[in-house]
Ligand binder design. Structure first.
Ligand SMILES: *[C@@H]1O[C@H](CO)[C@@H](O)[C@H](O)[C@H]1NC(C)=O
Ligand SMILES: *[C@@H]1O[C@H](CO)[C@@H](O)[C@H](O)[C@H]1NC(C)=O
Ligand SMILES: *[C@@H]1O[C@H](CO)[C@@H](O)[C@H](O)[C@H]1NC(C)=O
Ligand SMILES: *[C@@H]1O[C@H](CO)[C@@H](O)[C@H](O)[C@H]1NC(C)=O
Ligand SMILES: *[C@@H]1O[C@H](CO)[C@@H](O)[C@H](O)[C@H]1NC(C)=O
Ligand SMILES: *[C@@H]1O[C@H](CO)[C@@H](O)[C@H](O)[C@H]1NC(C)=O
Length: 483
């Protein structure tokens, strides 16, 4: 605990330039009081951003841990209790943006304030002319800040990957796959494969900002030696191994470590090593504010993308005659509600069995494509809709949408609360053709961020995930090194 307090104190001192008061360190009670007031001072000195966040139903988590002692503070306001009802009402209610603005595990205060002021400005409609229900048509909350951070990320971010030999008994789990990933959980394999051959990897742990835990949850699930029921033990053993073989995990209790998982069984995977859940950065597809396994702002949302091969289809030959399209099984109350409300509609096509036309034709011939929560908030449907130029309509309360700290989802999608399913048609019909055109053009603009490439292309899904990691890199370990 003392070490932890020292770090916090040191952190405060650095923030407030009160180096001369370091002597106080030797008087424990004064230290405790000072630490507290220092934290409070830090909070009040950034209260602008915190206020902005709370007014948008955001929670700010401050977290640090050493040797298993976790220091953590959650700053929230009473409004957060209403979060569940406000979170995904979308652009057609009076609530502010559901997923706007930037959030960082431990922000650089300058970035933090700049972004939050930008978010505030756009929410108030100060910076851009408003168009109907949409206050801000820009696909980025703040393009300049994004570009600045992106450049810094591309130049400086270094990742240390725990290395394993080809003859390791679990090489199939720990090493990248030697084929091009496909299917529903491709994001997980793609990320690892691309990372391993990227310029972000360093063999020198002292230069690393972050440490990558390379296990694949999706592959553990299919390994007969492990299976769904063995995943928790595997992860526990893995963390035990690396924390005994290397010094890095213990230094921060895992706070500068991350893993990437797309399969939803990942949400139970960390139960036997609570530090992974509470300290490490979890980059996961099942990113719901409602899941206890997911800590918004610390963790990051990974887009679930089913890689669609080949060239983009010829969009011009489709008139998008159908208003809305959805296909999927009725495996959740939300989907059942959708089916009850719109199962027989002529403009809203809700298909639950064999499709009448190929899936891609349906996506190409509809104005809007529904993403509706099933077992989980995430599916590959948003990626599919974007790929085929269909404006996504998202009905998945509490979904922490991918890259929501950078991308303005209101500019290229429509978020509808589950409660508003009966109003779905009214909501979509209220969108003017100008607004629809704006949404659709923005779909084409953001599509690049939702695509994987074996050889990454700037601003594609891989680089976007790297940017999310860059925002979340821990500054505490760096401070530790300066002592
Ligand atoms: C949220 O909505 C539920 C169901 O509509 C309602 O029972 C509850 O009181 C609401 N909570 C708040 C804080 O408004
Ligand atoms: C939204 O705000 C307007 C003006 O303040 C008000 O008339 C309307 O009832 C509100 N709508 C909802 C759904 O709260
Ligand atoms: C990012 O880094 C790669 C590899 O060094 C480089 O090819 C690319 O141009 C960089 N992108 C930007 C936007 O700086
Ligand atoms: C942990 O290390 C032991 C001993 O080297 C090894 O047998 C085991 O496979 C390792 N487990 C994991 C999950 O890495
Ligand atoms: C990390 O901490 C664990 C538990 O306290 C300890 O058993 C282990 O030896 C430490 N690892 C290293 C490399 O010191
Ligand atoms: C659709 O219409 C058929 C025939 O009128 C009816 O039996 C069925 O219950 C309706 N389904 C829904 C989901 O409303």
């Amino acid at each position: 605990m003392a070490a932890s307090m020292f770090l916090v104190l040191d952190f405060c001192l650095k923030r407030t330039n009160l180096h001369s008061l370091k002597a106080i360190f030797f008087i424990p009670i004064t230290l405790a009081l000072f630490t507290t007031s220092c934290v409070l001072f830090y909070i009040s000195s950034t209260s602008n951003s915190l206020l902005v966040y709370s007014s948008q139903n955001h929670v700010v988590h401050l977290k640090h841990s050493t040797n298993g002692v976790v220091f953590s503070a959650s700053i929230s306001t009473p409004q957060n209790q209403e979060f569940s009802n406000l979170s995904t009402r979308g652009p057609f209610s009076n609530s502010s943006e559901p997923h706007s603005s930037s959030t960082f595990g431990f922000p650089n205060p300058v970035e933090f304030q700049k972004v939050s002021h930008a978010a505030l400005a756009s929410d108030l409609g100060n910076t851009r002319p408003s168009s109907g229900n949409y206050v801000n048509n820009e696909v980025f909350h703040d393009r300049d800040i994004f570009m600045e951070n992106y450049k810094a990320m591309n130049k400086s971010l270094k990742i240390y990957v725990y290395s394993h030999r080809r003859d390791h008994p679990f090489a199939n789990i720990l090493l990248p796959v030697d084929f091009e990933p496909g299917g529903n959980y491709a994001s997980e394999s793609y990320f690892k494969k691309v990372l391993m051959s990227s310029h972000f990897v360093t063999k020198d742990p002292s230069r690393a900002d972050l440490f990558f835990l390379p296990f694949s949850i999706a592959r553990l699930r299919h390994d007969p030696r492990v299976g769904i029921h063995g995943i928790q033990d595997f992860i526990r053993n893995y963390i035990f191994n690396i924390s005994h073989e290397y010094p890095y995990w213990n230094r921060t209790g895992g706070a500068d470590h991350f893993y990437v998982a797309c399969h939803s069984v990942g949400r139970f995977a960390m139960e036997k090593v609570i530090e992974v859940k509470f300290n490490a950065i979890q980059v996961v597809c099942s990113s719901s504010y409602y899941l206890s396994a997911y800590v918004p702002h610390k963790d990051a949302s990974l887009p679930q993308i089913w890689p669609r091969g080949g060239d983009h289809p010829d969009f011009a030959s489709y008139e998008r005659k159908m208003l809305v399209f959805f296909a999927g099984s009725l495996n959740s109350p939300v989907r059942q509600r959708l089916f009850q409300a719109w199962g027989n509609d002529t403009e809203i096509s809700v298909q639950t069995g064999q499709l009448k036309r190929p899936y891609t034709e349906e996506l190409l011939d509809s104005k809007f494509c529904l993403h509706v929560k099933g077992f989980e908030v995430n599916t590959a449907r948003i990626g599919d809709a974007l790929y085929y130029g269909c404006v996504p309509v998202i009905i998945a309360n509490h979904y922490d949408l991918p890259f929501a700290d950078i991308l303005n989802w209101k500019s290229f999608s429509v978020v509808v609360a589950t409660l508003d399913i009966p109003l779905l048609k009214k909501i979509l019909q209220a969108i003017s053709s100008d607004e629809y055109l704006m949404l659709k053009n923005n779909v084409f603009t953001v599509r690049q961020h939702f695509q994987w490439h074996l050889f990454p292309v700037d601003y594609d899904a891989f680089y976007m995930v790297m940017h999310e990691l860059w925002q979340r890199r821990s500054s505490l370990r760096v401070l530790g090194d300066f002592q």
